[in-house]
Design a protein around this ligand. Sequence first.
Ligand SMILES: *[C@@H]1O[C@H](CO)[C@@H](O)[C@H](O)[C@H]1NC(C)=O
Ligand SMILES: *[C@@H]1O[C@H](CO)[C@@H](O)[C@H](O)[C@H]1NC(C)=O
Ligand SMILES: *[C@@H]1O[C@H](CO)[C@@H](O)[C@H](O)[C@H]1NC(C)=O
Ligand SMILES: *[C@@H]1O[C@H](CO)[C@@H](O)[C@H](O)[C@H]1NC(C)=O
Ligand SMILES: *[C@@H]1O[C@H](CO)[C@@H](O)[C@H](O)[C@H]1NC(C)=O
Ligand SMILES: *[C@@H]1O[C@H](CO)[C@@H](O)[C@H](O)[C@H]1NC(C)=O
Ligand SMILES: *[C@@H]1O[C@H](CO)[C@@H](O)[C@H](O)[C@H]1NC(C)=O
Ligand SMILES: *[C@@H]1O[C@H](CO)[C@@H](O)[C@H](O)[C@H]1NC(C)=O
Length: 459
Amino acid sequence: MEKIMTYPVVIVFTPFAIIMTVGFIVCAALLGAWARSVTVSRPPLLVSNPQRVGKLPVMGYNTWNAYYCNINETVVLETAQNMKALGLLDVGYNYVNIDDCYSEKNRSSSGDIVANKVTFPSGMKALTDKIHALEFKAGIYSDSGWFTCQLYPGSYLNEDRDIKLFQDWGFDLLKYDNCAVPFDEIIKEGMVGKFTRMANAIKKLSEESGKPPLVFSLCQWGRNEPWNWARTLGQSWRTTNDTYPEWSAITSILNQNSFYSWASDFYGHNDLDMLEVGNGNITFDEAKSHFTAWALMKSPLLIGTHLSSITQDTLTVLKNTEIIAINQDPVYGTSISPFRWGINPDWTYNATHPAQYWSGQSENGTVFMLLNTLDEPADMFFRLVESPWTRAGRQYSVRDLWTHTENGTAVRNFTAKSVPAHGVVALLLKDAGDEPAGTLPPCSTLEWCMGEDGTLINP
Ligand SMILES: *[C@@H]1O[C@H](CO)[C@@H](O)[C@H](O)[C@H]1NC(C)=O
Ligand SMILES: *[C@@H]1O[C@H](CO)[C@@H](O)[C@H](O)[C@H]1NC(C)=O
Ligand SMILES: *[C@@H]1O[C@H](CO)[C@@H](O)[C@H](O)[C@H]1NC(C)=O
Ligand SMILES: *[C@@H]1O[C@H](CO)[C@@H](O)[C@H](O)[C@H]1NC(C)=O
Ligand SMILES: *[C@@H]1O[C@H](CO)[C@@H](O)[C@H](O)[C@H]1NC(C)=O
Ligand SMILES: *[C@@H]1O[C@H](CO)[C@@H](O)[C@H](O)[C@H]1NC(C)=O
Ligand SMILES: *[C@@H]1O[C@H](CO)[C@@H](O)[C@H](O)[C@H]1NC(C)=O
Ligand SMILES: *[C@@H]1O[C@H](CO)[C@@H](O)[C@H](O)[C@H]1NC(C)=O
């Protein structure tokens, strides 16, 4: 057995030892702070919108659906000029947004994203100056991962640097994608944290620069239910996979969004994806349905078709100011929602046959959208009290928001005759006083309808 020797320990506090100790503690603290800044800690969710930007859905143009990766400064500028010449700016489309593929594949030696030297030779500041001179705002694109979806530099771990660059370049909006996701053991904070990093960078830059925050448009395709959390980070969030220019994409996106239309309101909007009006084989009636649904569901409205060859029909759809007015309603920020599915039982999830009967509030009355999802024309009938927003015992003047006509007075019900296949009817119902005395039955909803003397009015 070994003998354990004990010695007294004497600590001598010489001035040198004190300086060394204090120095060590300071170094350790600094090291710790640095380590925390590189190992990503999970910041609390925050409201990144101190100046309250993005109250209404963004309207404008985005390059992707028309040009995909084939963009350059000429086509972006010509698009802005066309937007103005075609009167699209006048009806509210005031953003010109650049999507993926504008940069060099590598950052600069100092670590910044670099505008592609061949396709954007004048640089981004010169381009946004011209866009602003045409009275538009400008939008740019990046990704929450290592790379963008087309494998250009992403902003992960470069959030502060990149948002500063985008602001210096003159951009007013950032669309932020979800490709090239870092491994869990690096990111350690999942989907919400990955997007919170950029929301924080936007907030910080706004506070430091005194400029309004860039509008933050999340594009993570509806993963992890952004309608439950993205409102605290940005002003819109994509809710579904990418769209494509066919009727089946429109019905599928509508079907999914019918289950969380409640999530849109001022400053935070379900993004149903960019418009395909004018693209693929979408017919005039389908385009009207597409545009009506997106607008009345308070989605951002971003045109994505070639403006140099746009047709009159496409312009007629995109420039329906009565439909746009609902999207941009300054008093009611909420989406229309279904009150009856129609051919399918209520709450049916069906990608080809979504809900058909919708209503919502507007500053001028109750808005109705009737969607004929069938492949042949159909009459579409509803009773006024099926909508929560119309009052029993009152009658309503009916305005057709596509024919721009007054269509009489509805008492108790309304029928739209021969709605075309895949077509839409959009109506604005305004209170027009009491319904005619003696209108029968005494209650338009017979459930528990009773006289003052206790007589039950049986159906
Ligand atoms: C710019 O892009 C447009 C659209 O893809 C293309 O038609 C045009 O040729 C391009 N111009 C240049 C100079 O690359
Ligand atoms: C881009 O960066 C990668 C990785 O650092 C390097 O291998 C490649 O040579 C660079 N490409 C160019 C065009 O500089
Ligand atoms: C969306 O895309 C993902 C990944 O490709 C796929 O698993 C999912 O089924 C798609 N959702 C819908 C509704 O199409
Ligand atoms: C559009 O194209 C799709 C796919 O080819 C097809 O299924 C659909 O019937 C077409 N729609 C119209 C209106 O032509
Ligand atoms: C309400 O009516 C006024 C006057 O016609 C119009 O300027 C405004 O755009 C309408 N608002 C909505 C949300 O339709
Ligand atoms: C969707 O609804 C239509 C109309 O009721 C029906 O014919 C079709 O089978 C449904 N599709 C699915 C996948 O249930
Ligand atoms: C619609 O309302 C009118 C006027 O009250 C009434 O005469 C008619 O029977 C109603 N139609 C249906 C199908 O309820
Ligand atoms: C409203 O009236 C116009 C003009 O008569 C007509 O073309 C349109 O189909 C009517 N709308 C509805 C929903 O009945």
